[in-house]
Design a protein around this ligand. Structure first.
Ligand SMILES: *Cc1c(COP(=O)(O)O)cnc(C)c1O
Length: 300
């Protein structure tokens, strides 16, 4: 077995690089890119932060299987499949939509399958009930004893792992922007920012899903479970989902290719481009006082 122990170890801080953008200069705002896409070579971005302590717990409890949940385009499923391959653990992905079982795998699921993940396609009604004890028991009966990670991988261990991200940014920024799916990254980031020199930076989460009415409650619950209560300063701005998960808009495409031209970084479209679009829009609206240092977390 070729273990990849570095998946279980904290990594050196990911790079923080300032970029010059005349649209921000006009408002006296500085932009720093927190390159979490470079945090680990095999498991980049927030998926490394979210999985590290979960993988440690799974290995310590002598699990040989990881079981988790996701939609057909889930980065989380892919990350768990890669982690399983690197650590010599079996992986099971429970995928929403039984109709997908009869179709060719999309590129995302193909990568997961190539990493050895066993895919179990379930109908949407069952998928919705996946956290209920009977549904979970049936899955474990089918696949054997397993360390279970929730959809998107957001649990207390994930939020604790993401607190490292906040710690790395202490004192370096006044506002930290992060895209949100399930909110685990924001929960940990905001907690980790607290306790540095000067005033605690505010974390601003940009949901990429539509109808994120429950997201604030989810973030608060994750902070409660991981840290025992609300931590740090954070809020959500839900205006930048561009139609919903994995949807895009002409606006977003134009913004992203322009950002690529200006800064040499082609932003990942599902999460990162939406967050950056939010940051530039807020700056244009005058939301940041002159002198504000905004760190944008490139999560993938
Ligand atoms: C999974 C993912 C997110 C969402 O993280 P949450 O903790 O679910 O909010 C953000 N960015 C990228 C690139 C991701 O893959």
């Amino acid at each position: 077995m070729h273990a990849a122990p570095s998946l279980l170890e904290p990594q050196p801080p990911s790079p923080l690089t300032e970029v010059a953008d005349e649209r921000l200069d006009a408002h006296g705002v500085r932009l720093l890119l927190k390159r979490d896409d470079l945090v680990h070579p095999d498991l980049p971005g927030n998926k490394f932060r979210k999985l590290r302590l979960n993988l440690t717990a799974a290995v310590q409890a002598r699990h040989d299987t990881l079981l988790t949940f996701g939609g057909a385009y889930s980065n989380h499923l892919r990350a768990v499949a890669a982690a399983g391959r690197l650590l010599g653990l079996r992986t099971v992905g429970v995928v929403r939509g039984e109709e997908l079982a009869d179709r060719p795998l999309n590129p995302s699921l193909s990568v997961a399958a190539a990493d050895g993940m066993r895919l179990d396609f379930v109908d949407r009604a069952t998928y919705r009930r996946k956290a209920e004890p009977e549904v979970l028991a049936a899955l474990l009966a089918r696949h054997g004893r397993a360390y279970v990670l929730p959809e998107g991988g957001s649990n207390a261990a994930a939020a604790l792992g993401c607190a490292d991200l906040g710690r790395e940014l202490r004192g370096a920024a006044d506002v930290v922007a992060v895209p949100c799916g399930t909110g685990g990254t924001l929960a940990g980031l905001a907690a980790g920012l607290e306790g540095g020199p000067g005033e605690c930076a505010e974390a601003v989460g940009f949901p990429v899903l539509r109808g994120g009415a429950f997201l604030a409650a989810d973030v608060a619950r994750l902070q409660q479970e991981a840290f025992g209560g609300r931590r740090g300063r954070w809020r959500l701005d839900d205006r930048f989902h561009h139609g919903g998960f994995a949807r895009t808009s002409q606006d977003l495409e134009e913004f992203a290719s322009d950002f690529h031209r200006r800064h040499g970084l082609d932003p990942e479209r599902v999460y990162v481009a939406k967050m950056l679009h939010g940051v530039l829009t807020l700056a244009a609206e005058g939301a940041f006082p002159p002198g504000t240092r905004v760190a944008a977390v490139v999560t993938g």
